[in-house]
Design a protein around this ligand. Sequence first.
Ligand code: NDP
Length: 300
Amino acid sequence: MTAKIIDGKAFAENLRISIAGHVARLKQEHEITPGLAVIIVGEDPASQVYVSNKTKQTAEVGMNSFKHELAADVAEADLLALVHRLNADPAVHGILVQMPVPKHIDANKVIEAIAPAKDVDCFTPANVGKVQIGLPGPVSCTPLGCLMLLRAELGSLEGRNAVIIGRSNLVGKPMMQLLLRDNCTVTVAHSRTQNLADVVRQADIVVAAVGRPQMVKGDWIKPGAVVIDVGINRVPAPHKGEGKTRLVGDVDTEAAAVHAAAITPVPGGVGPMTIACLLANTITTASLINGLVPPRDLTA
Ligand code: NDP
């Protein structure tokens, strides 16, 4: 078997077209222009690239994009004051603080300052709790993107054995909640899991979110499984003329593709879905803030 390669880039493009349609409807029917505010502290090059992609795509779907660039040595109190101002600004429906923030700032304090109604990253305890009990609201962007890809690939996920490798608050844990809500039988593996290969061999669905290049081997994959590779790892390029480094996932894609029914590539799989789901969450929060039901196709 050679697995279908799931084209996350194309899926995300289509999702953004759908999001642009929802933005146009909110404008026309309700006179609401969804607005996303992004705060970046310092000049970390990777963060700069992420933020510029986010602001560009926000504007492309017709939303208002508000970018706030703060110096690396900004006082924590000033950052918190900006978050409070954005919490109170009716033109802003989503607030994102690009992580990591410099060490002198307490990231948890910043996250907790964001009004849950505008927490499009789904970092605040209130929204984490809502995902757990199935109340409407934003959902962690990367797991939401993975869920959309899985549903598109498999239809109903009910009854399937899902193994998630990684238990971070950012990916593994919210992924567990979403797959449980879709009636999967979920196992969450982590660094202390025994016989990981055997655990993964039971999985109809594998979600790898570890941060270890190509750790998941081909012969761990059950024939016909769907594999979602969240990992983004920069490694030295193997051949001359391919640049110094390249990106690989947490799965040995080529070897896994021999067994899997479908697999996400790295790059071009889960990555593009994350920003698209940030925009989806902004539609969700803009809808809920205005007493509207969020569009079903953009939520979990
Ligand atoms: P974290 O470092 O927060 O979590 C990694 C998890 O992997 C931990 O739960 C850890 O277990 C587990 N782990 C580490 N080593 C092993 C091992 N040998 N066997 C089994 N489990 C192990 O990472 P994130 O969840 O934030 O990110 C994971 C990967 O996904 C990274 O490569 C990151 O860059 C990528 N990522 C990609 C995104 C995208 O948009 N595509 C978005 C977010 C992340 P323990 O808890 O026991 O330490």
